[in-house]
Design a binder for this molecule. Structure first.
Ligand code: 5CA
Ligand code: ZN
Length: 409
């Protein structure tokens, strides 16, 4: 699949700091020191509805990761998937009486437009589940042939017991895992499974549903976790720097994915850090397509909201926090954007050298975007009160805010 156009990332004077970020698997901060090319996999959308503020907040977090790396003069190798065939997508297509492929194409196109408007850096490889099937089949065959997977009425399940490290991403106990598995796409109550948590790798063709040739697996379609693993291993290999997504993906998705990859390769760990963004809520409940309590990026854009203000609204919350979208959040962001634009449109201001370092420091410290915004606020306020005569300063601030925060002033 094609991704979306990249906005330019201006180079800044000096060099950024190495990123210290929270890793779910150790529940602590790790300092990542990638090689010249940092490797990141971020789980993409299931395209059955438009991009909402929760998605945007999660992609914003991983956009910041890349901006910090680019500022350390590294290249970034970024891979993202599109879950363009899965139960929720097929169910929505049936509900609305439309073709599932058309639905996926339409919503993926809208996602690209939203990401472009928000100046999110595009992945170098943007891969759909359907186009990944030829790579998925041999992996499932290998798991089955080595005894790490088994068949149940034509479906193939992964045996979580095959991975000695199973549980090391989320560190949950079996009861919590079972609950989350039932909530998030698993089938712990299906009779005949070796372990209730075992996830499906290949689903045999169902009446009225799309299916593909799976070689010795038979006609069917891939499970969710193996989709991301096949794409990540193909384009990044093992031991990549960051596996990213919202906190609802820690279990089962990232736990199972890591187990698939570790069992396939005999290598551990799949990723150096498992990074999870908090959940954005609306009216007291997690924003989700299944509940329908949504604020869409595209709707705000249609209403004339500047995408830079949307981005500032996201940045005003720490990526790990759970937070609530309200009209006030947006109004505050619009006001801040106005103050910043007025400040950088003046010919001079207080020196910006210290400010650039403050933004760098804040982001390197577990992506503390709110602290970075506060530093820019202080610079703008100082320009109001004390003036300042540094001719280049507004330009430096504008470039730093663009480069490190993805906000075009
Ligand atoms: N296609 C899979 C990943 S392989 C999937 O989870 N798709 S999704 O469309 O449901 O979500 C896309 C990303 O947005 C995931 O990282 C998910 O954790 C995140 N996300 C979904 N809802 C929210 C929310 N309310 N707040 C923050 N992030 C969210
Ligand atoms: Zn995924």
């Amino acid at each position: 699949m094609h991704a979306w156009p990249a906005s330019e990332v201006p180079a800044l004077p000096g060099k950024g700091r190495d990123l210290r970020i929270h890793d779910t698997s150790t529940d602590g901060l790790v300092t990542l020191a990638p090689g010249p090319v940092a490797r990141i996999y971020v789980c993409g959308i299931t395209p059955y509805d438009a991009t909402h503020m929760g998605h945007a907040a999660t992609y914003n977090a991983f956009d910041l990761v890349q901006r910090v790396w680019l500022d350390t003069k590294r290249q970034v190798h970024y891979v993202q998937n599109v879950t363009d065939v899965d139960d929720p997508l097929l169910e929505r297509a049936v509900r609305d009486g439309i073709d599932w492929e058309g639905l996926a194409e339409r919503e993926t196109a809208l996602f690209r437009e939203d990401m472009t408007a928000l100046r999110m850096l595009p992945p170098q490889h943007y891969i759909g589940a359907v186009e990944a099937i030829p790579g998925i089949v041999p992996l499932v065959e290998r798991l089955r042939d080595t005894g790490a997977a088994y068949e149940l009425d034509g479906d193939i399940y992964f045996s979580v017991e095959a991975d000695p490290h199973f549980g090391s991403v989320s560190n949950l106990d079996a009861a919590a895992m079972r609950l989350l598995s039932a909530e998030r796409g698993g089938d712990p109550d299906r009779p005949g499974k070796k372990n209730p948590l075992d996830p499906m790798l290949w689903m045999a063709a169902r009446e009225g549903e799309p299916s593909w040739d799976g070689g010795s697996l038979g006609q069917g379609r891939p499970g969710w976790h193996i989709e991301c693993v096949a794409i990540a291993l193909d384009h990044l290999g093992m031991g990549f720097d960051v596996q990213g997504g919202g906190s609802d993906l820690a279990f089962p998705h990232h736990e199972m994915g890591a187990s698939h990859a570790q069992t396939l390769t005999g290598d551990f760990p799949m990723a150096k850090a498992y990074v999870h963004a908090g959940m954005v809520a609306l009216d007291g409940e997690k924003m989700s397509k299944s509940k329908g309590n949504l604020v869409f990026v595209s709707q705000l854009r249609r209403d004339g909201v500047d995408p830079a203000a949307i981005r500032l609204a996201l940045l005003a919350h720490h990526y790990r926090a759970d937070w609530e979208w309200t009209d006030q959040v947006l109004a505050d962001a619009v006001a801040r954007l106005g103050r910043w634009r007025a400040a950088v449109s003046r010919p001079d201001g207080p020196s910006a050298e210290a400010l650039v370092e403050e933004i760098r420091e804040a982001l390197a410290n577990d992506l503390d975007a709110p602290a970075a915004l506060a530093a820019v606020d202080r610079w703008a306020a100082r320009q109001d009160t004390d003036g300042g005569t540094d001719i280049g300063a507004p330009g430096v601030v504008s470039r730093a805010v663009d480069s490190l925060l993805g906000v075009a002033l």
